[in-house]
Ligand binder design. Structure first.
Ligand code: PGA
Length: 247
């Protein structure tokens, strides 16, 4: 899946413009596209794509609370389901860093999403210092084990490998490195989940129109999670077209 993460960007006007731009470039098969606007614009986005006959786009959230009830300001899985969402990103490094979210909380969110039949898109990835100290594999294994230990995946889960040093920096690991890490992620998730589930694994971090194709050629790269380049509907459509051509 090619997923747009708008982060804390956008407006009603931007969404109408984005949908028109996206529609002007996207080729026929849009089945593998997901968009995560800010929560407050999910309904607006849904209406805008319906008006433009783009029903195949899956809509998701950038994050979700761990449950319903006394949690002021939090959006629950039940609400996402009520708004026809299909997935939610969890464990994004910006949530881990800026909102101090740990693996135990992320695990609760995943279990809650699963109970509402929503697809978790779990982000994992190493920091620059982990990368420099060659701790990429150890860090990722710990994140996956703590977030998924003994969970059964009845439908699906997507893992997004996002090295922190690549997010918004213009730097990326080589496609070959991503391919090997994604293969490792599949193995770890398979041995960690109670039903030995093999997930789809995306890459995220400075993906753009120019470099996307080099990642999509890799056998273990099942899609991308895109921040900056997803804010332009035309660019995002061009990336999705490249992915659809490779699959
Ligand atoms: P970026 O962000 O594409 O702007 O690097 C990716 C992400 O944070 O998901």
């Amino acid at each position: 899946m090619i997923i747009a993460n708008f982060k804390s960007n956008g407006s009603k006007e931007m969404i109408d413009c984005w949908v028109k731009d996206f529609k002007s470039q996207i080729q026929d098969n849009v089945a593998s596209v997901g968009v995560a606007p800010p929560h407050i614009y999910i309904d607006k986005f849904y209406k805008s794509i319906s008006q433009n006959d783009l029903e195949n786009i899956k809509i998701g959230a950038q994050d979700v609370g761990a449950g319903s009830g006394p949690n002021t300001g939090s959006i629950s899985s039940a609400m996402l389901s009520d708004l026809n969402c299909n997935f939610s990103i969890v464990g994004h490094s910006e949530r881990r860093k800026n909102f101090k979210e740990d693996n135990a909380l992320i695990k609760q969110k995943i279990e809650n999403l699963i109970s509402f039949k929503l697809t978790p898109v779990l982000c994992v990835g190493e920091s620059l210092s982990d990368f420099e100290e060659k701790k990429t594999y150890t860090t990722i294994r710990m994140q996956l084990e703590e977030c998924l230990k003994n969970i059964s995946i009845p439908e699906d889960i997507i893992i997004a490998y996002e090295p922190l040093w690549a997010i918004g920096s213009g730097k990326t690991p080589s496609p070959n490195d991503v391919n090997q890490i994604n293969e490792y992620i599949k193995d770890v998730v398979q041995s960690t989940t109670s039903n030995n589930y093999t997930p789809k694994v995306c890459y995220g971090g400075s993906v753009n129109v120019e470099n996307a194709g080099s990642f999509f050629k890799c056998s273990n790269v099942d899609g991308a999670l895109i921040g900056g380049a997803s804010l332009d509907g035309k660019k995002f459509a061009l990336i999705a077209n490249k992915f659809n051509r490779n699959n």
